[in-house]
Design a protein. Structure first.
Length: 131
């Protein structure tokens, strides 16, 4: 395990470094939260840390830090994350009854129930189509 050593002799505020980090080049291992975005904007506006130092500390890419900073400069608001993922599909009562009746007749897993519904009715069993 390679430890990341940071020279802090010229920096007075030790609270800039919230945790000890191990240095590896995987940026996707941690999730960026609203609190981390706010921390990135605060540190960048203070001007003490460079983009690459902030990226290393938060384990995100340098381009993501640049993107957040650019968005902040345009709007003068700290960027927030949108809700991730695909929106849920709301089932109607008739669709729920259809699913329950198929499950009661064939007590199997949801994939098998979906296959049965696809054979019966194309409109009911299409939650995975992208368009």
């Amino acid at each position: 395990m390679n430890l990341l050593y940071i020279n802090i002799s010229n920096i007075n505020d030790i609270s800039l470094f919230p945790k000890l980090l191990t240095h590896n080049n995987t940026y996707h291992s941690l999730i960026l939260t609203d609190i981390k975005i706010k921390w990135i904007i605060v540190q960048k506006s203070r001007g003490r840390l460079s983009m690459s130092q902030i990226a290393l500390l938060q384990r995100v890419s340098e381009s993501r830090v640049r993107q957040l900073w650019s968005e902040y400069r345009k709007t003068r608001r700290v960027p927030t994350l949108k809700k991730a993922g695909r929106p849920r599909r709301v089932l109607t009562e008739s669709e729920e009854r259809e699913i329950i009746s198929v499950y009661m007749k064939y007590p199997t897993n949801e994939v098998a129930v979906e296959c049965i519904l696809k054979k019966r009715d194309k409109s009911l069993a299409q939650p995975f189509t992208p368009y």
